[in-house]
Design a binder for this molecule. Sequence first.
Ligand SMILES: Nc1ncnc2c1ncn2[C@@H]1O[C@H](COP(=O)(O)OP(=O)(O)OP(=O)(O)O)[C@@H](O)[C@H]1O
Ligand SMILES: [Mg+2]
Length: 485
Amino acid sequence: MFRRSLTAKVLVAVGVTVAVVIAIYTFFVIRVQSVWWHERTQAQTVIAATLVHEYLNGVMLSDRHEEVQRFLLELRKSDEIWRGRIVRPDGLVIFSTVTQEVNCSVVTLPEGLFKEGQILQGERVEAGQRYAVAMRPILNGPSCQQCHDARQPYNGAIIAERSLAPAEANIATNRNLLIVYGVLIFALVGVVIWLLIVRLVSQPVRELLAQMRRVERGDLTAHAEAQRPDEIGELARDFNAMVRSLQTAKQELHESHAKQIQQTSKLATIGELAAGIAHEIRNPLAGIGAAVEVVADGRDPEVVGEIRRQINRLNNTLRDLLNFSRQREPEVAPCQIPDLIRPMLALVRPDAQKQRVQIVEDIPADLPAIEVDAGQVQQAVLNILLNAIQAMPAGGTLFVRAAATAGKVKIVIADTGPGIAEENLPKIFSPFFTTKHQGTGLGLAITRSIVEKNQGVITVASQVGHGTTFTMEFAVCAREVAVYA
Ligand SMILES: Nc1ncnc2c1ncn2[C@@H]1O[C@H](COP(=O)(O)OP(=O)(O)OP(=O)(O)O)[C@@H](O)[C@H]1O
Ligand SMILES: [Mg+2]
């Protein structure tokens, strides 16, 4: 579930980032506050030690020793967490806010205290409680030496302490507050991001997905909401455009399929018709031919010649019609390309020479064999060659090339004739389309049918004024693929 949900992934990523940012921020804020509180407490202990020191100087000189203990107790009253002691150099407590300690307890003083003569600051732990401590040595000044031995440099030390408990309580309160705020911010950011993702991404993507599934099931009426100006809107618009082009493609496919069916039935009807007509006409025509030969003697040779030409033409048309109607299934066998093309070139060469059409041949001898019905493919090649020559009555060049590419063999027949008008190009393979006085318009229809029955493809490219190129492509003989691939 988690791996598949974009919302969950983004939420976790944002959640972790926000949590880390809040944690780092809280950590630093608590640290800064902690340092501040400790320094503040320390400063307060130093102030207290200095205050006691100044007071001590005054009362000692006026010999009012007993007031010192009272002063300490007074100070303690005004600040309950404060604790003060005055000790001798050997550590014996002589005044203290804790009265029981006086003249009883001995405090261990740090070694450096009397060496430097400076205030020492630090911390101490007692019964689990932390205290900030400031120690101030009491210098044995000239005025003090009236009572104190002049040989000792210090008369003792003032120790001021302050519990760190209030500071720590403050820090804990602030930390808890920060944690509560952090959790609230975390929750708020989470909810806002969740709402944003659901509204802006999840929901529209789900709707788009639903439409895609409809298309997947073949329903091309699917339409995605494309009003939004963002990337998802763009995606929806592209999706709609894709569905539209799918609709168009489907429509075209339907139309072409319908056309194909129509074409097939048209061809079948033509075939039957042709067979019938051929049967009906062929015998009488043969009779007429024979009769003409009989009556030809002594007649005007020009008239007889014309009758013979017309009979020939009718015979040719009949042959084309029969070829078209009797198209049989191909009997395939491996064929060498030169063996297929060269005999057909030989057939058309006299016509070409008559019309001053130069034939340029490029048929390599080592082309792989193709598996086709040789007779049928030769007829297809011949039809294209004849068309090319017929297209160049005033001379030109006829190129015949063959080449092997990736498991296929291409036969290319190109001429330098007038080309085919763009509007005629889609019609040239239709039966009975012709622009010639004497044509039946069946040549290319037969050619295409042959090529397709032999698992080949035929294409045409033509440029008016420059010429026409027909290309036939057949698969290389299965057992030769490995050698020529
Ligand atoms: N090489 C070409 N150059 C120019 N036009 C061509 C060429 N090949 C075919 N055509 C055009 O295509 C039409 C159809 O050709 P197709 O071979 O099917 O019939 P046809 O040549 O007119 O008649 P038939 O082949 O039965 O004698 C031709 O009439 C011609 O207009
Ligand atoms: Mg033709």
